[in-house]
Design a protein around this ligand. Sequence first.
Ligand code: EZ4
Ligand code: CO
Length: 402
Amino acid sequence: MSKIERAEVFVASPGRSFVTLRLTTSDGVTGLGDATLNGRELAVASYLREHVVPLLIGRDPARIEDIWQYLYRGAYWRRGPVTMTAIAAVDTALWDIKGKVAGLPVYQLLGGRSRDGVLVYSHASGADVPELLDDVARFRELGYQAIRAQAAVPGVGGTYGVRKGVVYEPAATALPEEQPWSTESYLDFAPAYLEAVRERFGFDFHLLHDVHHRLTPIEAARFGKRVEDCRLFWMEDPTPAENQEAFRLIRQHTTTPVAVGENLSSIWDVQQLITEQLIDYVRTTVVHAGGITHLRRIFDLAALYQVRTGSHGATDLSPVTMAAAVHVDLAVPNFGIQEYMPHVAETMEVFSSGVRFENGMLHPSEEPGLGVGYDEKAAQRFPYEPRYLPVARRLDGSVHDW
Ligand code: EZ4
Ligand code: CO
């Protein structure tokens, strides 16, 4: 029997911070897992190094489900982003190994292709409306069939989703940046720029928008109703999802589709949203929701309720997660769309990936396993630099959801 012989945790910041797990078997097969939790990287690295690695050594890497159950139930303390990200890293690495041992790309182990390619959306943004429109034009020219649009809210000095440099990277400062927020200004302004995008570019592509947890349920209902004629593919995270019941109120008022899940970590966190059909797209991801094994379970539950997938795919999800996501997306029957932001050059000096973009779609590598690599020598050139996500404050100084 092959055994897990080595488990290494790498923390590095090639362009941004990533935590990566590499498992090596007694047969010399390696598998990679992403363990990055943006702004809380070392908590997962420590959870893995101190509490998970000692449990893995000597186990049979072929027993993916059993190892998942052992780490989840065996911890006694369940769920939560740190635990589920650590389990995800192990699970993803084990699927990579299983693919390499079988000589098959991971999507073949998941049942094979359900589609020819994976529809993706990217992020257009602007400091004002003309800049946003230019950015949408740029993504149209690059061949994207789906585009998320965000613009800075006037008087608030930039906001969620607006790029400052070449790529959008919200975790940019050594301590959290505090960003002002005005719901009134946002609700006045955002519908107008979404309309401007439709007026200029028409309807032959998908338009998305991320509210990023900023509204109350009744405000979100008003927003969704107001933008119905823009025919959004979805409004994302219209209100925080701790109280899943809150989405019923939004549903009672608008047919704008709703997507939730990027910061949720288990099937229990989305159970009511799915089974009561309070959302249209579930955005849980490989890295933050317990790996391929658990994500597949969430997606199968979603399929029963005509909820489709729309996994998170910002640049804080490493190329390992992006590759794993494309394998899952290709295989599941209820795939909806995949978020995609290309990684910066520094990131790709450390990671290699066979994922390919063509005509607005992603395609996986046909190599056995996930088709990703990690160059630990190159990673040494990019020591870990802590960076935090911003914090939002209302204009009266009180903390708001970011
Ligand atoms: O704020 O990935 O849809 N994408 C998003 C992201 C998240 C970051 C958090 O780490 O909302 O930009
Ligand atoms: Co989002």
